[in-house]
Ligand binder design. Structure first.
Ligand code: NAD
Length: 422
């Protein structure tokens, strides 16, 4: 089997929509390329005195609608093509929800679970310093992604500010609140996933209290999705993470699990008493994907739902908390089987939306209250869902293609208006 390449998948998704909307060939060609890709070496003196050199990337896909926006990922499997794909998906995501950003992404090939906190801090500071030539509040604004968090964002902000000579909170979002972060940012992606699922349930006339859910991943996105779906009244009966999976037909006690993971030094779900545990993510995911649930929410990594496992999936709704979890071949299977796929560029856009609020607050040095942030997030997510659904019904296409039609058309308009320089 050919090795999965996320960049090829992202281009394939663009090609499908380009054909559907008869996209101008020149614009299509332009959008198939990333504007900038920076590869950096990050030498770090490890705790044992040896020097290790890590490879890092920062990619900006398109800046036509505003400065670039995209998270930073620390993971051993990071590749340049993965970061390019994630940058392209950010372009579409910002366009779907109508916020004035282009798309970017960053990544460092490393395994933070095998590094000390001090090593992670040094890696973050050196990486920031290396990419500082292309980031900045008007240029490109990073945020958290897999294995990065508010503390990492604080180090990025501090490092960038040291060179500037003054505090530049607007260089990064997802920071701790005490240094210019926003209320509600930490859980914004999961809250947004819940708003989109809630709209889908209304459309399908299913009561949240009649709903069962399986979630892959229990990090930032998976855990907050679980928290808000639980508050909505849904029953979460399966959860997996890198350690394995928890299964309980009566429903997993989410507040207790959140508390457990917070205290667990490994930050995994392994060892939680309130459910059956299947060790190892491979077998656990296999079991999770075959569960008889209403909603399956992949909230871990890309390429999880493929043509191999899609036919066995029984869920009526797939809610993509993660970026790129479903391949185009699996999409086709779902479309044929009548499974509603809530696409990543819509479903997990709550994170970048509140990141946008954070950036605006930082630039104005004027901070908003949580209530207003949640209200505005709900407004944007429900409006975006309705915009995408209207296109899906009008064009008789699935929700992914509808979201792409909306996003690519908006970006194409900007490209056309600005023209080709020189
Ligand atoms: P995270 O590092 O906080 O959590 C990742 C989770 O996935 C962890 O629980 C980990 O154990 C689990 N995991 C890893 N490999 C797994 C596997 N093979 N099977 C099951 N679980 C596995 O990362 P995150 O920030 O929650 O990001 C998750 C996904 O959501 C990524 O695709 C990311 O790009 C996307 N996303 C994140 C944000 C955000 O605000 N953090 C916003 C939009 C999209």
């Amino acid at each position: 089997m050919a090795k999965f390449n996320p960049w090829e998948m992202a281009c394939q998704q663009l090609d499908i929509v380009a054909e559907k909307i008869n996209l101008d060939k020149n614009i299509h060609t332009k959008l198939r390329h990333c504007k900038r890709a920076l590869i950096v070496s990050i030498p770090i003196r490890m705790d044992d005195g040896t020097v290790r050199v890590f490879e890092g990337y920062r990619v900006q896909h398109n800046l036509e609608r505003g400065p670039a926006k995209g998270g930073i990922r620390y993971h051993p499997d990071v590749t340049l093509d993965e970061v390019k794909a994630l940058a392209m998906w950010m372009t579409w995501k910002c366009a779907v929800v109508g916020i004035p950003y282009g798309g970017s992404k960053g990544g460092v090939v490393c395994d933070p679970t095998k590094m000390s906190l001090y090593e992670i801090e040094k890696l973050t500071r050196r990486y920031t310093s290396e990419i500082s030539i292309i980031i900045g509040p008007e240029k490109d604004i990073p945020a958290p992604d897999v294995n990065t968090n508010p503390q990492v964002m604080a180090w990025i902000m501090d490092t960038y500010s040291m060179t500037a000579g003054y505090s530049v909170p607007g260089v990064v979002t997802g920071k701790p609140i005490d240094i210019g972060g926003s209320e509600g940012r930490l859980t914004a992606t999961g809250r947004g996933v819940m708003f989109v699922i809630n709209e889908a349930l209304k459309y399908k006339k299913i009561k949240p209290t009649d709903c069962t859910v399986a979630i892959q991943g229990f990090g930032n996105v998976g855990s907050s999705t679980a928290q808000f779906l639980n508050e909505l009244g849904c029953k979460i009966i399966g959860i997996t993470d890198v350690s394995g999976g928890l299964f309980n037909k009566k429903g997993i006690d989410i507040p207790k699990l959140l508390e457990y993971v917070k205290k667990n030094p490994k930050k995994t779900i392994e060892g939680f008493a309130g459910a059956d545990f299947v060790a190892g993510f491979k077998s656990a995911n296999e079991e999770l994907f075959q569960m008889d649930v209403d909603i399956l929410a992949p909230c871990a990594l890309e390429n999880q739902i493929t043509k191999e496992n899609a036919p066995k999936i029984k869920a009526k709704i797939i809610a993509e908390g993660a970026n790129g979890p479903t391949t185009p071949e699996a999409d086709e299977i779902f479309h044929k089987n009548g499974v509603m796929v809530l696409p990543d560029i819509l479903t997990n856009a709550g994170g970048v939306t509140v990141s946008y609020f954070e950036w605006v607050q930082d630039l104005q040095s004027h901070f908003w209250e949580l209530e207003g942030i949640e209200r505005e997030l709900k407004r944007i997510m429900t409006k975006s869902f309705k915009d995408v659904l209207a296109i899906a019904e009008r064009e008789k296409v699935d929700m992914r293609l509808a979201a792409y039609i909306l996003a690519v058309s908006r970006v194409a308009t900007a490209v056309k208006l600005r023209g080709v320089y020189p």
